[in-house]
Design a protein around this ligand. Structure first.
Ligand SMILES: [Ca+2]
Length: 159
């Protein structure tokens, strides 16, 4: 908040806070040292080899899940895949939000644009404590370098 202008309304700061960093992440399996919490370490580093990405093994329907510790009304979720290769593996991944501690909550969006590593998804106030990214119906690696979560309303632009 220190960098922000004093003319800016305080609530603008509040709704832009990334609440993901206060949560705890898990995933279907760990590829080497690339554990789930690396996707909520607050870093903008999206090259896998710079140690800030989460990466599963080649699982059937791999998943990554964030426990926000309490339920929030979610505005936007900013998802960054890896920049160094293999972004197409994220195609078809579902972003789910809800209060069930599994990966079967309602779908906010499905990742279809894998031409750029970072995309913002609008969830329009969907409620939930858990945010999952799941790749359904196939064997795949799931790699997420950062997942940022903003409460609703969010000042982030969608898509
Ligand atoms: Ca990261």
């Amino acid at each position: 908040m220190g960098e922000r202008s004093s003319q800016e309304p305080p609530e603008m700061c509040d709704i832009d806070i990334n609440i993901a960093v206060n949560g705890e992440a898990s995933q279907s399996s760990d590829y080497k040292k690339y554990v789930a919490n690396r996707a909520i370490d607050g870093s903008n580093e999206i090259n896998l080899y710079n140690d800030s990405c989460a990466h599963t093994l080649h699982d059937l329907e791999p998943w990554w899940r964030l426990d926000l510790k309490e339920s929030y009304s979610i505005g936007t979720i900013v998802i960054s895949g890896r920049s160094d290769c293999c972004l197409e593996r994220l195609s078809g991944a579902q972003i789910r939000i809800g209060n069930s501690p599994d990966n079967n909550n309602p779908v906010c969006s499905t990742i279809t644009n894998v031409s750029v590593p970072t995309t913002t998804y609008c969830c329009n106030g969907m409620e939930g404590q858990y945010i999952s990214v799941v790749i359904p119906r196939r064997y795949e690696y799931l790699t997420l370098c950062e997942v940022k979560v903003h409460k609703d309303p969010s000042i982030k632009l969608c898509w």
